[in-house]
Write a protein that binds this ligand. Structure first.
Ligand code: UDP
Ligand code: MG
Length: 321
C-alpha cells in the first residue's frame, strides 16, 4: 500500500448539498479507516449555489484525504462524475451520491466483491426510499427496458453507489447523461459485472435535482447505448443490410412494372406501386451510402483517439530475464 496510490478513490458529484457534506465525509472517513482501507475523497462541485463549493475548498485545505474539484458551472451529474474519474488515482473507484441516500458503510463490502475478480460491482437499492409514483414506477420500467436491451442483467441501473476497477474507468467515455448506463458501457468494454444489495435512505436535506422528465431522456440514451453496443465497430452491417433489402425490393417492383408496361401495354403512370418502387430504391441507396459514411466515421472515431477495437484483460508471457 504505497502512500500516493490509495486503495480506493471515492468520487462524489455535488450540487447544492452543503448540509449533507460534513456528515458524508465523516461517514466515508470513519468506515474506510476502520477497515484499514487507504482512500481519497474526490468531491466534484457541479455549479452549486448554496456554498457547497466554498465549503469543499475550505475543507480541502485542512483535510489531506479530500480533493475538491470545482467545475465552472453546472454540467450535470454525468460530467461531474467524469471529472471525478479524471482526478481519481486509486486502485478502485467508488461513486456515490452526496445526499446521504447511499450509505458509505456499504463501501468495504463492494470492494471485497471487486477483489473476487469483478471489474464492476453495482449497488441494488432493494428498499429504495423515494416516491412511489414519480420515481419507483418509471425506474422499474426503465430498468426492465435497459435490462432487455443491453443484456446486462442487474436490477438497479440508477443506483449511484458502484465500485469499479480503475482500469475500467479509464476506458469508459461518458457523454450526455450516460452515467445511468455505466454498466452497459462497461459491458461494451468487456467488463465482468455483478451486483449487491445496498442500503438506501430517504433524502435528509435539500431536494432531488431530477423530476419525471428524466424518463424521456433515459429512453433516448437507451437508444444510443443500444446502437453503440451493436454497431460501434460495424455500422455497415445494419445500414448496408437495410439499404440493400430496400434497393432489391424497389428494383424488383420496378422491373415488374416495366415488364407489364412493355409486354402487356398496361398504363403504369397512375400506379401507387410505382411511387413505392421509386421510394424503396432511393431510400435503399441512401441507407447504403449512410452505412459507408458511418464506417468512415467509426474508423476516425477509433483511430483519432487511439482506441483499439478490443480490450485486453491481461497478457501472460514466460519471463526470460
Ligand atoms: N448532481 C450533480 N449535478 C446535477 C444534478 C445532481 O452533481 O446537475 C448530484 C447531486 O448533488 C447528488 C447526485 O448527483 O449527489 C444525485 O442527485 P439527486 O440526489 O438529486 O438524484 P436522485 O437521488 O433523486 O435520483
Ligand atoms: Mg439522491
Amino acid at each position: 500500500m504505497s502512500a500516493n496510490v490509495p486503495d480506493v478513490s471515492v468520487v462524489v458529484p455535488v450540487r447544492d448539498e452543503v448540509e449533507s457534506l460534513p456528515l458524508l465525509m465523516e461517514a466515508i472517513a470513519s468506515t474506510l479507516s476502520e477497515n484499514q482501507i487507504s482512500y481519497e475523497i474526490i468531491c466534484v462541485d457541479d455549479g452549486s449555489t448554496d456554498g457547497s463549493a466554498e465549503f469543499l475548498k475550505a475543507q480541502a485545505q485542512v483535510r489531506s484525504d479530500l480533493k475538491a474539484v470545482i467545475l465552472r458551472r453546472n454540467y450535470g451529474q454525468t460530467a461531474a462524475m467524469s471529472a471525478g474519474f479524471n482526478y481519481a488515482v486509486g486502485k478502485a473507484v467508488i461513486t456515490l451520491d452526496a445526499d446521504l441516500q447511499n450509505d458509505p458503510a456499504d463501501i468495504p463490502m463492494l470492494l471485497a466483491k471487486l477483489d473476487e475478480g469483478y471489474d464492476l460491482v453495482s449497488g441494488w437499492r432493494q428498499n429504495r426510499q423515494d416516491g412511489a409514483v414519480n420515481r419507483l414506477l418509471p425506474s422499474k420500467i426503465a430498468n426492465w427496458l435497459i435490462r432487455r436491451t443491453t443484456s446486462v442483467y442487474i436490477h438497479d441501473y440508477g443506483c449511484s453507489l458502484k465500485a469499479y476497477r480503475a482500469e475500467l474507468v479509464a476506458d469508459m467515455h461518458l457523454y450526455g447523461e450516460l452515467h445511468r448506463f455505466l454498466p452497459a458501457l462497461a459491458y461494451i468494454e468487456g467488463a465482468r459485472i455483478t451486483e449487491m444489495p445496498v442500503r438506501h435512505h430517504a433524502r435528509r436535506f435539500g431536494r432531488s435535482k431530477y423530476g419525471i422528465s428524466r424518463t424521456f431522456r433515459v429512453l433516448m440514451d437507451l437508444l444510443t447505448i443500444l446502437f453503440m453496443k451493436k454497431f460501434l465497430t460495424r455500422p455497415m452491417h445494419v445500414f448496408g443490410l437495410l439499404g440493400l433489402t430496400s434497393m432489391v425490393l424497389g428494383a424488383g417492383l420496378g422491373i415488374y412494372l416495366t415488364f407489364i408496361k412493355l409486354a402487356m401495354g398496361v398504363m403504369i403512370g397512375n400506379r401507387p406501386l410505382l411511387i413505392l418502387a421509386v421510394l424503396l430504391f432511393v431510400t435503399g441507396v441512401q441507407l447504403f451510402c449512410f452505412g459507408l459514411l458511418a464506417e468512415l466515421l467509426m474508423r476516425t472515431y477509433h483511430e483519432s483517439q487511439g482506441r483499439p477495437i478490443y480490450r485486453v484483460r491481461e497478457v501472460v508471457t514466460k519471463d526470460v530475464s
